[in-house]
Ligand binder design. Structure first.
Ligand code: ZN
Length: 505
């Protein structure tokens, strides 16, 4: 028999807004000695691909559930993006909807548990009996939440230490937590305020390593280290936008009045970093518009009709546009892609088709006029996916993990399957940033995340601790693989909604 001890606990730490390349540069430069030690006795991945759009919501809840956005009334998470307009499906005017969800506002963040819906489960809900701890973790459904004291990075770690020193402080049954999730939001705040190259941002990552070292010591002292799996991950990477632009006057000129949910009036709702989510009323604000309705739109501020597609192309820097077909169902559908050519400014077309649900979802990406949109032709692996066939998420991941737009066909489909998705999605690929939210240009931040490029979509991933964990470098993985991997280490079968797979199988 092996002397190796069974894994009884897992600790998952999510450091918000850390791109893989920067993390491993710091680690290889000797700046993160405790994380480095974890790698030396465990597994790691430099190409861990997150969800699209690469924003905290949906990326962070997707880590905790192992699932993605989808037709949440039947499958998948109900959270497609950070901001969304709630419309009923099928449209019903009886309910108070439609409202605008914006997780930055007041109490909206506490709706995450109900927004996720019942068809996906948090790691805690999937794990059966035991003590479950959330340390500043906002996606806490099914766990005990450490009462708020001071919300800083150090306390996220200290509270976990406390749960391993004096579990009776948190739990009725005096046992250390079987599953712990710690969330560190401070890094994201510092990135937006100062940038990835600023000492304060970098120092916060260094602090995480230091506090992590202290946590390891507590686990070793208590005799828990050999029976614990520890995982470090981030929810998304980041980038610096090249140009800022104030969109408020643009919409005014077009006569487009921002939607006011209290009055249930207005022409559009939008939030737009470098990815723009645009919502328009169809027959009413309860209905998504048809393509024709968007081509012949009457703005309330002007008498002339607008073709909204043409209007949005006038926004500076727009390179990509997505919208769905009118006939789409949760089971199958089409998403149209338009791209503005860098060479001649002409519009080129592509198409994403999807069929099936959850793990069985398959998508097909085709392009026209020999003009491939994502650069998939340039790599041998990704070029094999341009075969006019449907492919599942694993195919897309293995073909595109190390280039821009990883798994884009799969992720765009899962986004547009959700009734809470927008009507027209546009991207400047990080060239222009607008910081526009629901009628207002909010700030002049140039550091951001949301786009499908590698730097925003790739995060670091480490699993170590117990000697039962294989020692290997994983060529690629995705953030939804973490839940099934950690549950399997505990001997637990993940819920059927989980899309990710066990990395050690
Ligand atoms: Zn984030």
């Amino acid at each position: 028999m092996s002397k190796k001890q069974k894994i009884n606990q897992v600790i998952l730490l999510i450091i918000d807004d850390v791109k893989s390349s920067q993390f491993f540069e710091l680690l290889d430069g000797g700046k993160l000695p405790n994380f480095k030690e974890l790698i030396e006795n465990g597994s790691f991945c430099k190409d861990c691909i997150t969800s699209f759009p690469s924003v905290t919501f949906p990326c962070y809840p997707n880590i905790i559930t192992g699932a993605y956005s989808g037709y949440y009334l039947k499958e998948g998470s109900g959270i497609p993006s950070y901001h969304w307009v709630a419309r009923t499906d099928p449209p019903s005017i009886k309910k108070k909807l439609p409202f605008i969800r914006n997780y930055s506002i007041g109490t909206h963040i506490f709706k995450i548990g109900s927004d996720l819906g019942d068809n996906v489960k948090t790691i805690f809900e999937q794990a059966g009996e035991g003590n479950f701890l959330s340390s500043l973790n906002i996606v806490y459904r099914g766990s005990y939440i450490v009462p708020p004291t001071t919300f800083n990075t150090e306390n996220v770690f200290k509270n976990i230490e406390k749960a391993f020193i004096q579990p009776e402080k948190f739990f009725e049954i005096r046992e250390v937590p079987k599953i712990t999730v710690g969330y560190i939001p401070k890094t994201d705040e510092l990135l937006h305020d100062f940038g990835f190259d600023h000492p304060d941002y970098i120092n916060e990552i260094l602090k995480c390593d230091k506090y992590f070292g202290s946590l390891i010591n507590v686990l070793k002292k208590g005799g828990y280290y050999d029976s614990t799996a520890l995982c470090i991950i981030s929810d998304h990477g980041n980038y610096k936008v090249k140009n800022l632009y104030d969109l408020e006057p643009f919409f005014e000129r077009k006569g487009l009045i921002p939607y006011n949910p209290k009055k249930k009036r207005g022409d559009f709702d939008a939030n737009f970093g470098s990815i723009g989510h645009f919502n328009f009323p169809g027959d009413t604000w309860h209905h998504h518009p048809t393509i024709n309705q968007m081509k012949n739109f009457s703005p309330s501020g002007k008498s002339n009709k607008l073709n909204l597609f043409e209007t949005l192309w006038e926004i500076p820097g727009v390179k990509l546009m997505y919208y769905r077909d009118d006939e789409n169902t949760p089971e199958r559908g089409k998403i149209y892609i338009k791209e503005k050519s860098e060479k001649d400014g002409k519009l080129r077309e592509g198409l994403i088709e999807y069929r099936g649900f959850g793990k069985e979802l398959e998508t097909k990406y085709t392009f026209y006029d020999e003009h491939e949109i994502y650069g998939y032709e340039k790599s041998e692996k990704s070029a094999t996916l341009l075969d006019n066939n449907f492919h599942n998420i694993e195919d897309w991941l293995s073909g595109t993990y190390n280039i821009d737009f990883p798994m884009v066909s799969d992720q765009i489909s899962r986004y547009f399957k959700n009734p809470r998705c927008c009507d027209i999605l546009i991207s400047t690929k990080g060239e222009y940033g607008f910081n526009y939210e629901h009628g207002e240009t909010k700030n002049e931040h140039v550091y951001s995340h949301d786009i499908g490029l590698k730097k925003s979509m790739t995060v670091p991933m480490i699993i170590g601790g117990s000697q039962n964990i294989p020692q290997t470098e994983l060529t690629y993985c995705k953030t939804t693989d973490i839940v099934p991997t950690l549950l399997n280490l505990l001997g637990i079968t993940p819920h059927k909604s989980v899309i990710g797979k066990n990395l050690f199988k």
